[in-house]
Design a protein around this ligand. Sequence first.
Ligand code: GLA
Length: 738
Amino acid sequence: MMKTFPLAAALLAAGAVAMAQAATFDGAAQVFRLDGGNTSYVFGVNERGELQQMYWGGRLGAEDRFTAPKPMIGWASFDPSYSTTPQEYAGWGAGLYVEPALKVTFADGNRDLVLHYESHTMTANGVDVVLKDIERPIDVTLHYAMDPASGILARSATIENRGKEPVTVEQAAAAAWALPVGHYTLNYLTGRWAGEWTLTQETLHPGARVIESRRGTTGHQANPWFAIQAGGPSEDASEVWFGALAWSGSWRITVEQDQLDAVRVTGGFNPFDFGYVLHPGEKLDTPVFYGGYSAHGMGGASRLLHHFEIAHILPHRIGTGEDAAPKPRPVIYNSWEATEFNVSEAGQMALAERAAALGVDRFVMDDGWFGQRKDDHAGLGDWYVNPQKFPHGLKPLIDRVHALGMDFGLWVEPEMVNPNSDLYRKHPDWVLNFAGRPRSEERNQLVLNLARPDVKEYVLGFLDKLLTENDIAFLKWDYNRNWSEPGWDQLPAAEQKKVYVAFTENLYSILEELHRRHPKVELESCSGGGGRVDLGILRYADEVWPSDNTDPFDRLSQQYGFTYAYTPQIMMAWVTDSPHWLNKRSTSLTYRLLSSMEGSLGIGADITKWNDEEMATAKRLISAYHQVQRTIVQGDQYRLISPLNGSEFSATQTVNREKSQSVVFLYIHSTQEGRIFPLLKLKGLDPKAEYALTPIEGKAQPDTPTEASGAWWMNHGLQMGGDFRGDFQAAAFRLDKK
Ligand code: GLA
């Protein structure tokens, strides 16, 4: 049975202030209303007893009242009212043709499920509403918790079998969202290994657009986030409804425009190959689906989401309520691109010396330090320190790193095993597999079945030991393949599909337990780059590795896409060597640094080969970055010029919450026909305040004032000097309030 995720409690624990009550219930009209930030969300019980969505949009007046919801009309004899009425959580039954929230099969073969309102309980920031089938003892509790500051609503469901026979859940959404009838543009993020975070935009048409992962994990190919804009794409001015699913297993979000132009978004567990048997008395908790609304375009939507992630999702927050925030990430050095598997005590120490000289805060040793790991053919699963590479264990290296003023981090890939390992030789039954069938290897590895209690104990045990015996501040937690043959033969045949839920739940519970035992240890979620980034893992992961593609030019587009859904606070970005291994592109060190400085900066180059000038450049820019990092990674981000679609230029800007500091990054892809960089009208400043402009890198046009009002920088704008031209050029400025 799964653990309940206490939504309201989470928001409360995070210190969210229950300002004027976030949720109210109008008993006469049977209408629930949730208010937060600039958003109101309203639903009620209609005359048939269904829970009907009524409004989701800009915040309404405190005295505004709704009358009882009226079911939608049916359309001839083909689309019954049950199907056309936007239900909060529709069971599949009674002629439902749109995407159901819940589909079950009862032990006697009945598959009809019609959910009606039963009761509710007001909670700190929302409400729990209990729905019941019209005849069978199956309860669904819908959890709603509204963030008072952002208006982002957390929704999930608990399905409980209160009968005497088992029930199989075949499809379970966390929530279904309904939008007003309109013309919309759908935004979502797609990709592949080394090509994650492509912003995909399309006009919504009748039919369903499915965004999903069937891979057992979040996936590089699509990310569980959507944003739907009224009208065409706009950064600042349109209404946007957005959502993000907190789940790191197989997931699905279905965006549907029905035959009457109604738009719904339903998301949760991926129903593909899904089947969760609930025995009498058992419950299933769905993941949480967060949804929000902004009247300020895609920029407004992402700024809300960034602040929500910083204030409520990420671990290691300091402070309470909306002021809660984790510390900006340490500037790291990572050894992967410099040494790959060829790590050694002397080699790592040499890198650490150089990293410390640059002003790096954390030294991370990547793959290769354990078991018989010489390349990717062996060693995963055997988490002892390789005695040839580290004859004295990790201690001498860790001590050296500490003496140099940095803390120490280590790479692990806990859920995987190489067939060429002691672990696999001992426990070949521990991997996902169907008995007697081939076990498909990817990168010469198999997936341990984390759903098994013994595997879970093993993984927790070795990680706990590693962290207890060594002074480790940080783990880079990798996951380098997706599932295949997802059998779990410890369970009866009819119950084996439970693996889709139990695996991910066990992953979360290992992370939770590690956090309890080693509260200071920080974590990066990596999956061959950005294959496991979602609001579920981000409750435990302080940062993520967005992509194995560290080409600084490609990164600009990736970072642009990434920030639609996730805050730059978690967006690790390393400076690596040039020419780049993937695109063979040569770029200057300054360009590489400024590309990475848009996110949480790291260095991943072979710095033993850097000359004095390169060391000095990196040191200077790392120091400049340290001074403004909080503004860059936790401020309000504005995308001024998009790098997409072959753009010659791009620019981003962030303003801290106090509006006392702003940082602007400008990039040239390739100057054509002598065109100078466009005039940049800044955003988000206090128009009345005076701001001093200081270059971090590059020069503005000579007559640019060194000080001017926020109004000046936003209306008159910032003009670059004429010599800012060429290929792969970058500049950056800071503005400080006087
Ligand atoms: C994955 C990660 C890389 C690196 C390698 C090590 O590909 O994304 O950053 O850690 O594994 O094998």
